[in-house]
Design a protein around this ligand. Structure first.
Ligand code: TRP
Ligand code: SF4
Length: 359
């Protein structure tokens, strides 16, 4: 049996190169090795933007198009929308019962975001519970591995703690049992537990600068989108910041401190990289030329994605159908876990005679 992977993304609209190198690229490669579930977490989007829901659905479809374009393959992986599998909410509720408030208040992203994000109301119950909902997303598929960026590691650690706490309270006594001589004591132990503790798999994300040299991020308005056309990519590159020491064409520069140099390191071939290193440091190439090479690398990456995207763009219904089929598969897996959960808690839906025999 292949190990199970789950990861998710909030539907924030069109994805950019940062989303690709920070997550998607990795997910695409994991598909052959793992049984993968990839979820568009639209409920998570509501934790910070609950009042205006007008774009949520549209943004979810947008993300799905980018996923398919980037090479997530519905034949290999389960692609679906969180809110379409309501069991996530049921498990979230049960996990919320056993999660101490202090654990949530201590999650680093909680305080950080409250300090940094001033234009949103983060004073809700839902926002505090964000990581519990995330834990439910992961545990409901009994995921073994969760590929995430650095910022999410604390959430996965919390997920493990919640799983451990749940298993401690509600270890199942009705399964496992005698399993033959070949089964180890450890394995027997494990079978009594409803939830495996998931491992986070840190995506090695190279530093990806946006056009202004800061980290590429939607909120900075410095992104290159996966859907940007070749002319758009070239235009954005033209105005991208460079090594500030290279004021004149005759000044030597340093690709190691230049955001365009960073793009080359990620997206250009070795030969190009060598030309950049040599030419920049000796001032034998100009930044305009250097940027056009960087653009070539990006276009080479993006054009097959945009090619793949065409058929879904012309007929978005196809992408929606893929999400619906994925949802169906996700629901099955989720409801199997929920049966385990209810049984472990002694709250299964099956009739059981009262212990006092009705008297
Ligand atoms: N919190 C994650 C993020 O902001 C999104 C997410 C929600 C997620 N549920 C998840 C990631 C489950 C991994 C697994 O990126
Ligand atoms: Fe940056 Fe390239 Fe200009 Fe050097 S030549 S400063 S790497 S854009």
């Amino acid at each position: 049996m292949r190990k199970r992977v789950l990861s998710g993304m909030r539907p924030t609209g069109k994805l950019h190169l940062g989303n690709y190198v920070g997550a998607l690229d990795n997910w695409v490669r994991m598909q052959d090795e793992y049984q993968c579930f990839f979820v568009i977490v639209d409920w998570h989007a509501l934790t910070t933007d609950y009042a205006d829901t007008s774009r949520v659905k549209e943004n979810s479809l947008e993300v799905a198009l980018d996923w398919l374009a980037a090479g997530l393959d519905p034949e290999k992986s389960v692609l679906f929308i969180q809110s379409h599998v309501p069991a996530h909410a049921e498990l979230h509720l049960l996990l919320s019962m056993i999660t101490p408030l202090g654990w949530l208040e201590r999650v680093p992203t909680y305080k950080e975001q409250q300090q940094n994000i001033k234009d949103k109301d983060l004073g809700t119950y839902g926002f505090l519970g964000y990581p519990v909902l995330q834990a439910a997303d992961i545990l409901i598929y009994k995921a073994d591995v969760v590929p995430v960026g650095e910022d999410q590691v604390a959430h996965i650690e919390l997920t493990r703690e919640i799983a451990r706490r749940f298993n401690g309270f509600y270890a199942r006594k009705d399964i496992g049992g005698y399993a033959g001589p070949s089964v180890t004591e450890e394995e027997l132990q494990r079978r009594h537990y409803v939830f495996p503790e998931p491992q986070s798999l840190l995506t090695r994300a190279p530093k990806l600068p946006g056009t202004d040299g800061r980290k590429m991020s939607k909120s900075y308005g410095n992104t290159i989108l996966l859907t940007d056309s070749e002319p758009a990519v070239r235009r954005k590159l033209k105005t991208m910041v460079t090594d500030p020491a290279r004021v004149r064409r005759s000044d030597p520069g340093n690709p190691d401190v230049c955001p365009v140099g960073d793009l080359h390191k990620i997206f250009s071939r070795e030969g190009t990289m060598a030309k950049v290193n040599e030419g920049c440091r000796s001032a034998s190439i100009g930044c305009i030329e250097c940027k056009s090479w960087a653009a070539d690398g990006l276009v080479q990456l993006l054009s097959p994605m945009q090619e793949r995207r065409k058929k879904f763009e012309e007929n978005p219904r196809l992408a929606w159908d893929i999400l619906e089929a994925g949802t169906e598969r996700a629901r099955k897996a989720a409801s199997a876990t929920m049966e385990d959960v209810r049984a472990a808690m002694g709250m299964s839906l099956a009739y059981e005679a009262p212990a006092n025999n009705g008297k």
